[in-house]
Design a protein around this ligand. Sequence first.
Ligand code: DMJ
Length: 665
Amino acid sequence: MCPKTSKTTPLLLIGGIGFVIVLVVITGITLINNINLSNIIRLNEKVASDSVSANDNQIKELNYVNNHPKNIFIKLPLSTNNNGSQSHQSSTPATALDANEENENVGDTRTLDQIRQEMSSVRQQQEHHHHHQQDEEEPKLSSVIWQGKPKSLQLKLPQQVQSNQTYTTTMLISPPLPLGPYTGGLIDYTKREKVVQMMKHAWHNYKLYAWGKNELRPLSQRPHSGSIFGSYDLGATIVDGLDTLYIMGLEREYKEGRDWIERKFSLDNISAELSVFETNIRFVGGMLTLYAFTGDPLYKEKAQHIADKLLPAFQTPTGIPYALVNTKTGMAKNYGWASGGSSILSEFGTLHLEFAYLSDITGNPLYRERVQTIRQVLKEIEKPKGLYPNFLNPKTGKWGQLHMSLGALGDSYYEYLLKAWLQSGQTDEEAREMYDEAMLAIMDKMVRTSPNGLTYVSDLKFDRLEHKMDHLACFSGGLFALGAATRQNEHTDKYMEVGKGITNTCHESYIRAPTQLGPEAFRFSDAAEARALRSQEKYYILRPETFESYFVLWRLTHDQKYRDWGWEAVLALEKHCRTPHGYCGLRNVYLQEPQKDDVQQSFFLAETLKYLYLLFSDDSVLPLDEWVFNTEAHPLPIKGANIYYRQAPVTLPAAAGGAAASNAS
Ligand code: DMJ
């Protein structure tokens, strides 16, 4: 009867359902967008409000560009001192050069402003280029290398140093590091800029999703809390990553971080259980470097504030500190798992650089005394076969299990022996002797060569070699080389070869994995070389140690292969670890498409990207004869060689006269 109606009814019905579905989808998308958008707006507002400076003038006075270590080229008349080494002398720091002054030592007569303009136009061009390129294509392997000249920038002494009459004007550069042919102007701009873009990606996503928290979870786009920082929001990524931003010249980001520290960072009124070691290397170390770079008193105050919170951990019968301390109660303890209540060598042995420097910039000798006590215990204790076991009981002063390692639990103790000597301007002979003795024993008992010629440093358990090397131990390639480069003796050549060999082995551990990223630990057996064999050893958590050795070896040899290896790593990180919201580690480097771990470690910003950036920089950026890197890659100035040392007069206790006495040297 109504054939027309009966035909159109289903059509109308389908049309209606379709319309409703479209409506629901559109509403859904709008809602999701609104949620994301409002989150982003809220986060941006939070960041912006945190970034409003409490004191704008102070920010302006930071004089970011002039104090930037990258913009410094020491230009003082050369003279030869009694021991034949070269020193730079000047009657007063304020006589440092006029930017327009003629200088026969430096072949570049551009003024500071000219160079700044050139740098900024290069940066603008590159940013423009990257803006179009970013996220669209892999960086190209071929890149432009600019063979520039050393920068003849005016030596601008920082405000504080200028007004500090105790600053000595003799900058001893003795003995010079035996570097290869001078390549001071050689910067690989394109590759270095790629690393800067990586840093921006890591930082901006942390800012967006985890600002003020400790780390970022890039996959879930939320903060990563817990882990080694306890459950409080200490802005670990900000404090750890800030000097990298500064070195890279990322001024806006740097200021955001500085403002957050000023406004938010405090350990007062919180009851956090902190790792003495981690807090020292990341937080104290980070603040100290920022103080050296900028002279901003904020950082000195914060460094001291944090170190003071750690001091109760040192109240033990031996002076060897406990691993953990509560910031409110001062209660301290060791990890339950550590060999009968022991403290850990790599933890209590990795405080020296920061505490010694803190004493020098505050004038308070207490911090140096604390680490000197640790040094004396370790110097006097009997060492089995000349080696240091990883565990020491802070109550009895006796060793725990006889496990030795240049990887986990041991590593940075050895690093700090060499570096304490370097930091002291090579005057802390005790440290160098202890380093030399330790490395001699390690060479004899732990360094081995695989059947196919790979050099590695094995863990030792009691008398048994484990033929396993941690990724953590990959820093020792650079350590052996740096030790060899700074002291000539009958072992020098051998140690340099071992340093190169270990670095090569760590590179092998990377390129033997399909991801081109190295596992957490790798073994040497009949079955395999430089490969992880156990499933729990196959992960990669954005660690820096291999790149650290590439950087040190590059500086010492200028062998292009170290830059090539670093670039391979950049490509691998981009391919496997980069996500739209930051960088993650991998659960298994031996899979073609490994699962990501959803953590952007703070050391990725502090160390991994910093070492890669420096690898593609010229030697004038943080030269190794002026700066020494703490184990978290925070550069600290070398006494007597670096105008940024910023030594304060010693404050004597009231009984001894009370007045300030100068000990600047
Ligand atoms: C960093 O915190 C430091 O390099 C430390 O010495 C060892 N572990 C991590 C990086 O892997």
